[in-house]
Ligand binder design. Structure first.
Ligand SMILES: [Zn+2]
Length: 211
Protein backbone atom coordinates (compact mmCIF):
# COMPACT_ATOMS: atom_id res chain seq x y z
CA UNK A 1 0.00 0.00 0.00
CA UNK A 2 1.36 3.36 -1.00
CA UNK A 3 1.44 5.75 1.97
CA UNK A 4 0.98 8.86 -0.18
CA UNK A 5 -2.69 9.95 -0.32
CA UNK A 6 -4.26 10.38 -3.75
CA UNK A 7 -5.82 13.69 -2.73
CA UNK A 8 -2.31 15.11 -2.47
CA UNK A 9 -2.10 15.45 -6.26
CA UNK A 10 -4.71 18.20 -6.04
CA UNK A 11 -3.96 19.67 -2.61
CA UNK A 12 -0.29 20.30 -3.23
CA UNK A 13 -1.19 22.96 -5.80
CA UNK A 14 -2.87 25.07 -3.13
CA UNK A 15 -0.77 27.69 -1.32
CA UNK A 16 0.80 26.52 1.96
CA UNK A 17 -1.04 29.22 3.86
CA UNK A 18 -4.34 27.59 2.85
CA UNK A 19 -3.60 23.89 2.96
CA UNK A 20 -0.30 22.65 4.28
CA UNK A 21 0.91 19.44 2.63
CA UNK A 22 4.57 19.70 3.58
CA UNK A 23 6.71 21.43 6.19
CA UNK A 24 8.46 24.64 5.34
CA UNK A 25 11.91 24.23 6.87
CA UNK A 26 14.84 23.31 4.65
CA UNK A 27 16.99 20.33 5.35
CA UNK A 28 16.27 16.76 6.31
CA UNK A 29 13.26 17.46 8.49
CA UNK A 30 10.30 15.15 9.04
CA UNK A 31 7.07 16.31 10.66
CA UNK A 32 5.38 13.65 12.77
CA UNK A 33 1.72 14.38 13.52
CA UNK A 34 -0.56 12.47 15.89
CA UNK A 35 -4.35 12.62 15.61
CA UNK A 36 -7.25 11.61 17.84
CA UNK A 37 -5.62 12.03 21.26
CA UNK A 38 -4.94 12.66 23.97
CA UNK A 39 -5.36 9.09 25.19
CA UNK A 40 -4.75 8.25 28.88
CA UNK A 41 -2.74 5.10 28.13
CA UNK A 42 -1.09 5.61 24.75
CA UNK A 43 -0.20 9.31 24.79
CA UNK A 44 2.10 9.13 27.86
CA UNK A 45 4.02 6.16 26.39
CA UNK A 46 4.40 7.99 23.10
CA UNK A 47 5.57 11.19 24.82
CA UNK A 48 8.23 9.19 26.65
CA UNK A 49 9.50 7.71 23.39
CA UNK A 50 9.57 11.10 21.67
CA UNK A 51 11.46 12.64 24.60
CA UNK A 52 14.01 9.83 24.53
CA UNK A 53 14.74 10.49 20.84
CA UNK A 54 14.51 14.31 21.18
CA UNK A 55 11.66 14.42 18.69
CA UNK A 56 9.30 17.41 18.44
CA UNK A 57 5.91 16.63 16.92
CA UNK A 58 2.43 18.06 16.41
CA UNK A 59 -0.64 16.70 18.22
CA UNK A 60 -4.01 17.26 16.54
CA UNK A 61 -6.26 16.87 19.56
CA UNK A 62 -9.95 16.09 19.76
CA UNK A 63 -11.36 18.86 21.98
CA UNK A 64 -13.52 16.67 24.19
CA UNK A 65 -10.64 14.25 24.73
CA UNK A 66 -8.45 17.18 25.72
CA UNK A 67 -11.12 18.32 28.17
CA UNK A 68 -11.13 14.84 29.76
CA UNK A 69 -7.35 14.71 30.06
CA UNK A 70 -6.07 18.25 30.62
CA UNK A 71 -2.93 16.98 32.36
CA UNK A 72 -1.89 15.28 29.14
CA UNK A 73 -2.41 18.47 27.14
CA UNK A 74 -0.21 20.28 29.65
CA UNK A 75 2.47 17.64 29.29
CA UNK A 76 2.39 17.77 25.48
CA UNK A 77 2.98 21.53 25.63
CA UNK A 78 5.60 21.24 28.39
CA UNK A 79 7.52 18.70 26.30
CA UNK A 80 7.81 21.27 23.52
CA UNK A 81 5.30 19.86 21.05
CA UNK A 82 2.74 21.92 19.14
CA UNK A 83 -1.03 21.57 19.51
CA UNK A 84 -3.34 21.28 16.52
CA UNK A 85 -7.13 21.32 16.20
CA UNK A 86 -8.90 18.08 15.22
CA UNK A 87 -12.47 19.29 16.01
CA UNK A 88 -14.40 18.93 19.27
CA UNK A 89 -16.10 15.52 18.77
CA UNK A 90 -14.53 14.10 15.57
CA UNK A 91 -17.87 14.06 13.71
CA UNK A 92 -18.50 13.21 10.09
CA UNK A 93 -18.01 16.69 8.70
CA UNK A 94 -19.82 15.92 5.47
CA UNK A 95 -23.01 15.48 7.52
CA UNK A 96 -22.77 18.85 9.25
CA UNK A 97 -23.73 22.29 8.07
CA UNK A 98 -21.09 24.98 7.89
CA UNK A 99 -22.20 26.61 11.17
CA UNK A 100 -21.83 23.30 13.02
CA UNK A 101 -18.48 22.63 11.43
CA UNK A 102 -17.27 26.04 12.48
CA UNK A 103 -18.57 25.51 16.03
CA UNK A 104 -16.62 22.22 16.27
CA UNK A 105 -13.43 23.97 15.26
CA UNK A 106 -13.85 27.15 17.28
CA UNK A 107 -14.78 25.41 20.53
CA UNK A 108 -11.63 23.31 20.27
CA UNK A 109 -9.50 26.38 19.61
CA UNK A 110 -10.89 28.18 22.65
CA UNK A 111 -10.10 25.20 24.85
CA UNK A 112 -6.59 24.62 23.51
CA UNK A 113 -5.75 28.31 23.89
CA UNK A 114 -5.85 27.85 27.67
CA UNK A 115 -2.79 25.64 27.40
CA UNK A 116 -0.62 27.26 24.76
CA UNK A 117 -1.98 30.81 24.43
CA UNK A 118 -2.45 30.33 20.68
CA UNK A 119 -5.74 31.77 19.40
CA UNK A 120 -5.93 29.89 16.12
CA UNK A 121 -4.47 26.44 15.59
CA UNK A 122 -3.90 24.55 12.39
CA UNK A 123 -6.95 22.45 11.63
CA UNK A 124 -6.76 18.82 10.60
CA UNK A 125 -10.17 17.68 9.30
CA UNK A 126 -11.43 14.42 10.84
CA UNK A 127 -10.76 11.55 8.39
CA UNK A 128 -9.37 14.13 5.98
CA UNK A 129 -12.88 15.06 4.82
CA UNK A 130 -12.81 18.53 3.33
CA UNK A 131 -16.21 19.82 2.17
CA UNK A 132 -15.65 22.72 -0.20
CA UNK A 133 -17.68 25.32 1.81
CA UNK A 134 -15.61 24.49 4.89
CA UNK A 135 -12.34 24.87 3.00
CA UNK A 136 -13.46 28.21 1.57
CA UNK A 137 -14.56 29.36 5.02
CA UNK A 138 -11.17 28.44 6.48
CA UNK A 139 -9.39 30.32 3.70
CA UNK A 140 -11.58 33.37 4.23
CA UNK A 141 -10.93 33.37 7.97
CA UNK A 142 -7.23 32.76 7.64
CA UNK A 143 -7.32 29.35 9.25
CA UNK A 144 -4.75 26.97 7.83
CA UNK A 145 -5.69 23.37 7.13
CA UNK A 146 -2.87 20.93 7.87
CA UNK A 147 -3.11 17.86 5.68
CA UNK A 148 -0.38 15.22 5.37
CA UNK A 149 1.78 13.79 2.63
CA UNK A 150 2.54 10.41 4.14
CA UNK A 151 0.02 8.09 5.77
CA UNK A 152 1.50 5.59 8.24
CA UNK A 153 -1.74 3.53 7.96
CA UNK A 154 -1.49 2.91 11.71
CA UNK A 155 -5.30 2.88 11.98
CA UNK A 156 -5.63 -0.04 9.54
CA UNK A 157 -6.04 -3.64 10.62
CA UNK A 158 -2.65 -4.62 9.26
CA UNK A 159 -0.12 -5.96 11.76
CA UNK A 160 2.63 -3.61 12.91
CA UNK A 161 5.22 -5.64 10.95
CA UNK A 162 3.33 -4.79 7.76
CA UNK A 163 3.37 -1.08 8.66
CA UNK A 164 7.10 -1.26 9.28
CA UNK A 165 7.59 -3.07 5.99
CA UNK A 166 5.70 -0.31 4.14
CA UNK A 167 7.70 2.38 5.96
CA UNK A 168 10.93 0.72 4.83
CA UNK A 169 9.79 0.21 1.25
CA UNK A 170 8.52 3.77 0.86
CA UNK A 171 10.91 5.91 2.90
CA UNK A 172 9.60 9.39 3.76
CA UNK A 173 11.31 12.32 2.07
CA UNK A 174 12.58 15.57 3.57
CA UNK A 175 9.77 17.96 4.44
CA UNK A 176 7.04 15.34 4.56
CA UNK A 177 4.19 15.45 7.08
CA UNK A 178 3.50 11.99 8.51
CA UNK A 179 0.01 11.03 9.66
CA UNK A 180 -0.11 8.90 12.80
CA UNK A 181 -2.50 8.36 15.72
CA UNK A 182 -1.97 8.18 19.47
CA UNK A 183 -5.23 6.40 20.32
CA UNK A 184 -3.63 2.97 19.94
CA UNK A 185 -0.25 1.33 20.56
CA UNK A 186 0.54 1.07 16.87
CA UNK A 187 2.32 4.37 16.26
CA UNK A 188 4.47 3.63 19.31
CA UNK A 189 5.41 0.21 17.96
CA UNK A 190 6.09 1.62 14.51
CA UNK A 191 8.26 4.44 15.86
CA UNK A 192 10.25 2.21 18.20
CA UNK A 193 11.61 0.57 15.05
CA UNK A 194 11.58 3.44 12.57
CA UNK A 195 12.83 6.43 14.62
CA UNK A 196 16.38 4.98 14.84
CA UNK A 197 16.25 4.08 11.12
CA UNK A 198 15.16 7.59 10.11
CA UNK A 199 17.67 9.20 12.48
CA UNK A 200 20.43 7.09 10.89
CA UNK A 201 19.25 8.44 7.52
CA UNK A 202 20.01 11.92 8.84
CA UNK A 203 16.48 13.09 9.58
CA UNK A 204 15.55 15.43 12.40
CA UNK A 205 11.99 15.87 13.66
CA UNK A 206 10.21 19.17 14.14
CA UNK A 207 6.75 20.46 15.00
CA UNK A 208 4.68 22.26 12.40
CA UNK A 209 5.04 25.93 13.19
CA UNK A 210 1.75 27.85 13.45
CA UNK A 211 0.86 29.97 10.41
ZN1 LIG B 1 -9.00 11.64 13.41
Amino acid sequence: MNPRPRKLKVLRWLPDRWVLTRGVRRGRVLYLTFDDGPHPEHTPALLALLAKHRVRATFFLIGQQAERHPELVRQIVRDGHVLGNHSWTHPQFERLGLAEQRAEIERTDRFLQRFDGVARHDFRPPRGVMPRPMVLDCIRRGRRIAYWSYDSLDYSQRPTEALIDTARRYPPKAGEILLMHDDSVRSLELLQTMLPVWAADGFIFESLQPA
